[in-house]
Design a protein around this ligand. Structure first.
Ligand code: WQD
Length: 338
């Protein structure tokens, strides 16, 4: 079966391509390479022995999207990662985010609606919940006003898919709301490649550990949490990639109960910033140089997933621990910078 993975050269996309190939799917990677490198295909091939088909394509170009899907009319499903994802940048450049993240989604959905039956997996985010009122966060938790245009594009994206599924019974979709993805493939052939100064915690930790960054700034230790630092649900990227394959297979086998479903994808366990640092120190044997600074505007205090629906309905559960994920992130950092 042929599966299209948009944004397939990206961090989560590339790990999902590997899992799809290992399950025997034929994969076509689509990426505009605006925030990724075609060399990622070498890493995927090194792991699976199969180089996926690749087409460089800007999904904002409606005609080119139409041409692509007419050439791949035998596509069984699409996993849609392609989007801009830097929260801070989205505040400075909202129209770039709305045009790219919403425009691309609309054009891909238009093509899928031409098919008798289509399976579509959407890369969503726990950011849609904002600061949840109750922990752990369930899929029924209220959707809060987005803290950034990036987060808003995920909320709007889910609504577009829901409304489109409502009038296209042949379109079957699942939105996966990720918590905090981290780590790298155990082969260290693929991993996270942040462009410039990393915004996310884990790559900043490993770049500090390798000496690329002088010191990690911990954004606040005066939060109402046990150690004062923010709590997140750090999920290993390979666990997350496997969740996409399980979700896709659910749709391909018509096991979905509704033609639009939503699942939280996390470990169900919260870890603080200081606990993440301690995890790095355990797995690397190195002391991390960090200092406590002021809070980062827009940060929420605590977020970790209620994974009941993913475990019991989707039939997926995260298997890896924070230390295992952190070890893979550290091994990847040493591989690319060592
Ligand atoms: C985690 C914690 C920071 C960096 C973001 C996006 C979200 C999703 C995942 C795409 C926070 C602290 C961080 C640093 C720090 N992305 N931190 N020093 O903000 O939970 O979520 O990435 O979907 O949409 O918002 O992740 O890794 O930026 O921060 O102290 O140098 O680490 O304050 O508490 P976040 P993060």
């Amino acid at each position: 079966m042929k599966i299209v993975v948009t944004g397939g050269l990206g961090f989560i996309g590339s790990h999902t391509v590997v899992e799809l190939q290992e399950k025997g799917f034929e994969v076509v990677v689509v990426d505009d390479c605006s925030n990724s490198d075609e060399k990622v295909l070498d890493g995927i091939e090194a792991i699976t022995g199969k180089r996926p088909l690749f087409e460089k394509l800007d999904l904002k170009e409606r005609q080119r999207v139409e041409d692509f899907f007419s050439r791949h009319a035998d596509v069984a499903g699409v996993i849609h990662f392609a989007a801009s994802k830097a929260v801070g940048e989205s505040v400075d450049k909202p129209l770039l985010y709305y045009e790219n993240n919403i425009g691309s989604l609309v054009y891909v959905l238009k093509e899928l609606c031409k098919q008798r039956r289509a399976s579509f997996i959407f890369s969503s985010s726990c950011t849609v919940y904002g600061q949840g009122d109750e922990m752990p966060i369930t899929e029924e938790a209220p959707i809060k006003e987005a803290e950034s245009p990036y987060g808003n594009t995920k909320q709007i994206g889910e609504e577009i898919i829901r409304d489109t599924c409502n009038v296209n019974p042949g379109l079957n979709a699942i939105a996966l709301r990720y918590f905090n993805p981290m780590g790298a493939h155990p082969s260290a052939q693929i991993g996270e490649l942040p462009v410039g100064v990393p915004q996310n915690l884990v790559p900043f930790i490993t770049q500090t550990g390798i000496g690329m960054r002088e010191q990690l700034s911990v954004f606040g230790d005066d939060y109402p949490t046990p150690d004062g630092t923010c709590i997140r649900d750090y999920i290993y990227v390979v666990d997350l990639a496997k969740a996409h394959v399980v979700a896709l297979e659910r749709l391909l086998a018509s096991k979905n109960r509704e033609n639009y479903e939503v699942f939280n994808v996390g470990t169900g366990t919260g870890s603080s910033v200081l606990e993440a640092i301690q995890s790095f120190e355990r797995v690397s044997g190195k002391k991390l140089n960090y200092k406590i600074v002021a809070r980062r505007p827009g940060d929420i205090t605590t977020a970790y997933a209620d994974t009941t629906r993913a475990n019991e309905v989707l039939g997926w559960k995260a298997k890896y621990t924070l230390d295992q994920a952190m070890k893979s992130a550290w091994e990847w950092e040493q591989k690319i910078r060592g």
